[in-house]
Design a protein around this ligand. Structure first.
Ligand code: RB5
Length: 161
């Protein structure tokens, strides 16, 4: 099975530990990029390192934990090739894979409990990208990210008046 990168700040540390154990029990290889205790750190440092490991292909997917998941998702989304989503329930997690092909999941240690987090993680990891019309949209995001498409390139008939 493909390698899953995990990372957290102090506010996400305990949930990271619980989810890491869950992943290992399910047989997923896990690479833990820290933090390794509850001492205060900046989520940005850990989010960036995990996102780069995923963007470079060293790990297939990443799961990030901070207080809300918001800071981690914003940070990860700054890295080229990353599509990160913050989820607090399994339905969004499912469609974030099926329709958006997200490669990073962010969870809030102050928002979701361990059992809910496990459900979110499991559905996110087991759901496949549906491709088709969704692939066309994801490719447009990538083109925009690479500077190959701007708002003025959107066909006039698709633009709001
Ligand atoms: C840390 O207090 C908190 O701001 C951080 O964990 C995260 O929630 C930021 O988005």
């Amino acid at each position: 099975m493909a390698m899953i990168a995990v990372g957290s700040d102090h506010a996400g540390f305990l949930l990271k530990e619980d989810v890491k154990k869950f992943l290992q029990e399910k047989g997923f290889p896990v690479r833990d990029f820290g933090t390794f205790d509850q001492e205060r750190v900046d989520y940005t440092d850990y989010g960036l390192v995990v996102a780069e490991a995923v963007a470079k292909g060293e790990c297939e997917k990443g799961i990030l934990f901070c207080g809300t998941g918001v800071g981690m998702s914003i940070t990860a989304n700054k890295v080229k090739g990353i599509r990160a989503v913050v989820c607090s329930e399994p339905c969004s997690a499912k469609f974030a894979r099926a329709h958006n092909d997200t490669n990073i999941l962010a969870l809030g240690g102050r928002i979701v409990g361990t059992e809910l987090a496990k459900m979110i993680v499991e559905v996110w990891l087991l759901t496949h990208f549906e491709g088709g019309r969704h692939a066309v949209r994801v490719e447009k995001i990538t083109r925009f990210e690479n500077g190959q498409q701007a708002a003025e390139d959107v066909p006039a008939q698709n633009r709001p008046a």
